[in-house]
Structure formats: structure tokens, C-alpha cells
Design a protein around this ligand. Sequence first.
Ligand code: NI
Length: 182
Amino acid sequence: MYPIKLLHTSTTGTLMALRTILEFPDLRLRTIATPVTDFGSSLEALIDDMLETMYSAGGIGLAATQIDVHQRILVIDVSEDRNTPQVFVNPTFTISDQENLDYDEGCLSIPGFYETISRPKTVVIHSQDQHGKHFHLEANGILAVCIQHEIDHLDGKLMVDYISRLKRDRIRSKLEKKQKAL
Ligand code: NI
């Protein structure tokens, strides 16, 4: 999707870079990410790149796994104005309500496909921020869906794992055909 790396300067003067997003069925998407232990400036730069890449691709969430960095980091922005980024480092969640929500999910690593997936509607997120500070928040609706989708990425899991093999194989062959044509 992004064969050329574009470099440019943000308003704060930091150099950011668009990263290439891995696409299904790339096996690197199956890697299980390891916890972040170093909260230094390279983490900050990586998070800037992730935000830039997510916004540029029009996504509402991106896991580091998707840019071939196998550390437990997510960026999310579910706001309508696309100006409320949220950063989660080493996130986990617990289900706080057994009620499920069916949502038409899309994925930057599975471009062009949407599948209805049922997930817990309300979850409590336990996470660290980009500086290592612990926090928790209750998420529901689209934020809950998005964060569960992104945490799946950190565990090497994709939304196509929730659908039938027939549907998954059809998506795989369509994307492989598209990738070969590039
Ligand atoms: Ni995704």
C-alpha cells in the first residue's frame, strides 16, 4: 500500500515517517509482540510514526505489529474530528459486561474488506501511556471494539480469524492477487 517512504516535518518540528503497513496474509502479522520496557525517545518517535501512518491511511487504530514492529503498542483515534489520539503501551483488557456488540470491522492490513464481528461491548483497559505511566479506563462501543481488534494484532490475531474459512480463503486469494499485481 505504501511502497515509498515519505519523510516530512511535523508542526512540532519532529521528523516523522510513514511506515509500510503489512497486509494479510503476510505471516509477520502472526508474530506475538513483546512488552515495552524502554520508555525512551525512540518509543516516542515510533509512536509519532504510528500516528502519522494511521492518519494517513484513514484508520481509527493501528498496532505496531502492522508496521512490522513487534512491541505491544497501539494508537487509536475514534473521534469524528480525528484530533484525539490515544496511545496504549502494554495494554490488556477485562470484560466488564457480558453484552456483545456486532460491528462491521475493517482493518488497514485487510484493505477493502469489512466483516461483522461480535465482541464484548464494554471492557476495562489496563495500560501504560507513552511515558510508562499506568492508567485504566472503561471503554464501550466503538472504542471497546477498536481496542480489542488492535490488541488482537499484538497477539498475532486478525479479524478474519473470526469468520468462516471459506470467507477467509476468498479474502486471502483476492488480496494475494492484488499484491502480485503491484
Ligand atoms: Ni486491524
